[in-house]
Design a protein around this ligand. Structure first.
Ligand code: BGC
Length: 345
């Protein structure tokens, strides 16, 4: 099945009518003239395979390369960085030895981008970074020094803002107990990752920008992990009980863990507590439809994967590539969760 750029479809449709267009004219496939599709070798490394969101992302990378563009499966190598930068750097060195034509890299530590970029650049291999954005000084350097490196991602400030807006849009704007302030806990992803930093900051900023008083009861890192999310929220519910009005989670995996603890504690989402995540995992969308989650934000892995591959193809064609390529997030609430689910299936 050919997957389209969902954020474009959803974004355009939602501004028009809050409805999702039933079908869209097919995207023109990227022009492959000048690319040796039969023989081109692509090296892909994911920070760790055991991550729900990155699993969807890597599946789409390979599907789009092979099914839509006709690259040969045997020429695509996907490795598991196992959340270990030294291990991943070894894999990158092996890609160089194997003579891949281009790499798509989801770094374990975005701070290792300068070193990795130099390795690839010296070997003459272009690199497309995904999901974990290197520092601005690094992407500025690619541009000023004409290095063949680029980043494809989504601006996490937008996803944080959307989370905050989803709370503001509830019946009582998040102030369930009517004491004039919104008391929340924040379950954070890996704080080395700007997605975690920005979502944490901008979700709350959306409330304060709207003039709402907030109280942070707890901020704790859950490293994007469902089991950690569950434990953090279980402990927080024991410690703060009814005081907690909002649970912000930097991603859906942790929000699904949070939901298990919320239900185990006998609390009821959208009645006595609100819960928001990011990603739009299928389970999260279903829980939103069933009223068990307040909202999420669609982190469009399909558009991101296709853009990353398109940038790799542009390098193979010898074209210039802009240093930063961003894809939009889409707010996902009970109004459109079903539509997004339908598009993802
Ligand atoms: C996603 C998380 C994922 C992380 C990995 C984020 O953009 O929202 O679910 O764990 O990327 O780096």
């Amino acid at each position: 099945m050919k997957k389209k750029f969902l954020s474009l479809i959803l974004g355009a449709a939602m501004t028009a009518s809050m409805m999702v267009a039933p079908a869209m004219a097919a995207e023109a496939p990227i022009d492959l003239t000048g690319v040796d599709v039969e023989n081109a070798k692509v090296g892909i490394s994911i920070y760790k395979f055991d991550d729900n969101f990155m699993t969807l992302y890597r599946t789409e990378l390979v599907r789009y390369l092979t099914e839509d563009l006709g690259f040969k499966e045997e020429n695509i190598t996907v490795t598991d960085g196992k959340n270990d930068q030294a291990e991943q750097t070894n894999q990158i060195n092996n890609f160089i030895t194997a003579g891949v034509d281009v790499m798509i890299l989801n770094l374990v530590q975005s701070s290792s981008a300068p070193q990795v970029t130099d390795l690839c650049n010296e070997a003459g291999i272009p690199v497309v970074y995904i999901n974990r954005q290197p520092e601005e000084a690094e992407s500025d350097r690619w541009e000023s020094e004409g290095i063949k490196a680029t980043y494809v991602g989504a601006d996490a400030r937008q996803s944080g803002t959307f989370q905050g807006e989803e709370i503001l849009e509830t019946a009582n704007g998040g102030d369930i107990n009517g004491d004039g302030k919104v008391s929340y806990i924040m379950v954070q992803g890996d704080p080395e990752n700007v997605d975690a930093q920005y979502r944490t900051e901008f979700s709350v900023k959306a409330l304060t920008d709207a003039g709402v008083e907030v109280e942070e009861l707890l901020l704790q890192r859950g490293d994007w992990d469902q089991a950690k999310g569950q434990q953090i929220v279980q402990d927080a519910l024991t410690q703060f009980g009814e005081q907690i009005e909002v649970v912000f989670c930097n991603n859906d995996a942790m929000a699904l863990g949070a939901l298990q603890s919320i239900q185990a504690a006998g609390r009821v989402v959208n009645e006595d507590i609100y819960l928001v995540g990011v990603d739009a995992l299928t389970d999260a969308l279903q829980n939103i439809q069933d009223g068990n989650m307040t909202g999420t934000v669609f982190n469009d892995h399909i558009s991101q994967a296709q853009t990353a591959v398109n940038m790799a193809v542009n390098y193979l064609k010898g074209e210039e590539v802009a240093p930063i390529n961003m894809v939009d997030y889409v707010k996902a609430t009970s109004e459109n969760a079903g539509d997004i689910l339908a598009l993802l299936q």
